[in-house]
Design a protein around this ligand. Structure first.
Ligand code: GRF
Length: 223
């Protein structure tokens, strides 16, 4: 069996995407394994769960660095190297990473964002989508570049925005897709099926043809 690619998952909070990745890695044919779960917050629910699961965990508390982002990122980089990590997966990691760090991990640093990028980079994506009245919303897994929430897109999932949605119902619908699409994107990356050319990610994987619409045209077939 080919060795599985060691991945670090970086979190700051709840950790539901980390758990989705962890569950995916339990499949015998999954090409990656979680070598480290790291949080910048000692009390993050996700890091407590990772410990319960017996995974290797670490905390690098950003408050110890008094705003010196370069020093925080240097400590992070050292820890990732020490753990022998080859891919870094950001999963609700609420720290902006410095350019040297991002460049050092170029094309091996991946993030999940709760919108269909390039729409709605930044925070409060669900509230902004509702305010704009968009009919489709979703999530994106992308390779990280220095500019916030930018970089070659590996995978996206779209969900309908329903007339009576609140921020919470829309967030829950998107989150369910995050949990599907992140393991898929990490699989593609770990299998070496993501190639970057001209700032875009070219994915070597079968494609589904078809269309997604909301509202559906009259008489449209719904599976
Ligand atoms: C997710 O919505 C993710 O897209 C965003 O932060 C949230 C993290 O949630 N980057 P969780 O900690 O994975 O549950």
């Amino acid at each position: 069996m080919t060795p599985r690619v060691p991945v670090a998952v970086l979190i700051s909070g709840r950790g539901s995407n980390f758990l989705a990745l962890h569950e995916a890695t339990l499949a015998p044919d999954y090409p990656a394994r979680i070598a480290l779960v790291l949080s910048n917050r000692p009390d993050a629910a996700g890091i407590l769960r990772a410990r319960e699961l017996g995974l290797v965990t670490d905390v690098i508390d950003h408050r110890q660095f008094r705003g010196a982002r370069e020093e925080f990122d240097a400590a992070l980089d050292a820890r990732l190297r020490e753990a022998g990590v080859e891919i870094v997966a950001l999963a609700g990691f609420m720290r902006v990473l410095t350019e040297p760090f991002v460049n050092r991990w170029q094309d091996r640093l991946v993030n999940i964002h709760p919108s269909l990028l390039p729409a709605y980079p930044g925070l409060d994506t669900h509230a902004r989508a509702l305010a704009d009245g968009v009919k489709l919303h979703g999530c994106t897994v992308h390779l990280v570049r220095a500019a916030l929430d930018s970089g070659p897109i590996i995978a996206q999932a779209a969900v309908p925005v329903l007339p009576d949605d609140s921020e919470a119902t829309l967030a829950a619908r998107v989150l369910a897709q995050e949990h599907r699409v992140y393991p898929l994107a990490l699989r593609l990356l770990a299998e070496g099926r993501v190639r970057v050319a001209g700032g875009r990610a070219i994915i070597d994987a079968p494609h589904a043809a078809g269309a997604l619409a909301n509202p559906l045209p009259e008489g449209a077939f719904v599976a």
